[in-house]
Design a protein around this ligand. Structure first.
Ligand SMILES: Nc1ncnc2c1ncn2[C@@H]1O[C@H](COP(=O)(O)OP(=O)(O)OP(=O)(O)O)[C@@H](O)[C@H]1O
Ligand SMILES: [Mg+2]
Length: 368
């Protein structure tokens, strides 16, 4: 594998709006990379710059070692699938898919062969003569994908391609798209704001937050080891505690938070540093008696059954709520009971905290 898309020091500024900030990202050949982030964080803008529809304000983007902007759109080995499908309404499905090959003046017989193959690949055999208005949302989306793939691009850019589909179809299409990507061995750069979709489909995820690439990693790296507070809270459910490091002993770190003291382990932290401690609901534990190193008392408020798991909500003295999760059938304390909250030190993720507001909040904690 080698690099197929290289984004170096890219900024995009619209007027006074700095939309993409010093983005560095290398996409490997054949990988499924997802740009994930909340609305307005710069995902579509980044994709449009890779496609060559939009010029970076500064920095460079190369596809297969060459600047994409120097090529005419039809010369580019990059194609895009838009959320809106953008099919030609007055052309049949066959003609929609054949379009790119006709533009390239590919011989008719070859067009027929390739369109037939491609429609089979997206499971739309027999739909050749229909028009887009005669298809369901999922079928239209498959036509859009077939049309984008027919030119055999090296890189396919997909901007929330499943956004308009209902949940069930969306899940089915996620698997189909992944299968297609593996089979054709085409690099996919996929945009979504749905973290579950990103976790299921991607080889690597790039998490964007306010135009900044917060973290790049495999789904498990990002889930298990978030590098920023934003990533920790954006991916999956978690409980976060902001505090200040009060003692360090080897990798053992003790942290003072608003509700008491907690522990975790990690390297590269300093005494008196402000940090966020993130603990997943499935890693939270409770005890009726105090646990060494932890002094958070809580009251069990409520249970929520979510099929295979039970979520237990406990309330801290400052009113914050914490989620504990167990498989259904496992025992949990009764609502109203008082418990001590703790976890295995290895299950806490310690995150350097850069947020000034949180510093102030932590500084205002009364000592004693
Ligand atoms: N052509 C433009 N001119 C001015 N501002 C723009 C333009 N295109 C995008 N923006 C702004 O850039 C920011 C990022 O937009 P972008 O479309 O990249 O977000 P996104 O991450 O794709 O969000 P969503 O999930 O809602 O699609 C937004 O604040 C948007 O208003
Ligand atoms: Mg967008």
């Amino acid at each position: 594998m080698g690099a197929i898309v290289e984004i170096e020091g890219v900024n995009k500024i619209y007027g006074t709006n700095h939309v993409v900030k010093d983005l560095n990202l290398t996409v490997e050949e054949g990988e499924f990379l997802t740009l994930l982030g909340s609305s307005g964080c710069g995902k579509t803008t980044t994709l449009r710059m890779i496609a060559g529809f939009e010029e970076p304000t500064s920095g460079s983007i190369k596809v297969e070692g060459e600047a994409i902007g120097d090529k005419e759109p039809f010369e580019r080995n990059v194609n895009t699938v838009f959320q809106s499908y953008a099919l030609f309404p007055h052309k049949t499905i066959y003609d929609n898919v054949a379009y790119g090959l006709k533009m390239k003046k590919v011989p008719k017989a070859e067009i027929k062969k390739r369109v037939t193959e491609m429609l089979a690949l997206v499971q739309l055999e027999g739909f050749e003569k229909r028009y887009p208005s005669q298809l369901s949302g999922g079928q239209k989306q498959r036509v859009a994908i077939a049309r984008a793939l027919i030119n055999r691009p090296r890189v396919l850019l997909l901007d929330e391609p499943l956004g308009a589909l209902d949940l069930k179809l969306r899940k089915q299409m996620q698997l189909e798209l992944k299968r297609l990507q593996r089979k054709l061995n085409i690099t996919f750069i996929y945009v979504t704001h749905d973290q579950e979709e990103a976790l299921t489909m991607s080889d690597r995820i790039a998490i964007m937050h306010d135009g900044v690439l917060d973290q790049l990693g495999t789904p498990s790296e990002i889930y298990e080891n978030p590098k920023t507070r934003f990533v920790a809270t954006f991916i999956g459910e978690t409980n976060t505690f902001d505090g200040c490091i009060r003692s360090i002993d080897g990798e053992h770190v003790s942290v003072m938070i608003e509700n008491g003291n907690i522990c975790g382990c990690g390297k590269g932290f300093a005494l008196n540093e402000y940090i966020t401690v993130s603990v997943r609901p499935e890693k939270m534990k409770y005890s009726e008696t105090p646990i060494d190193g932890f002094t958070i008392k809580a009251i069990v408020k409520d249970y929520v059954y979510v099929g295979s798991v039970i979520k237990c909500i406990v309330s801290l003295p400052n009113g914050n709520e914490i989620k504990i999760e167990r498989l259904s059938g496992e025992e949990l304390p009764k609502p109203g009971s008082r418990v001590y909250i703790y976890w295995e030190e290895k299950d806490a993720v310690l995150i350097h905290n850069q947020d000034q507001l949180i510093f102030q909040a932590v500084d205002s904690i009364p000592l004693g």
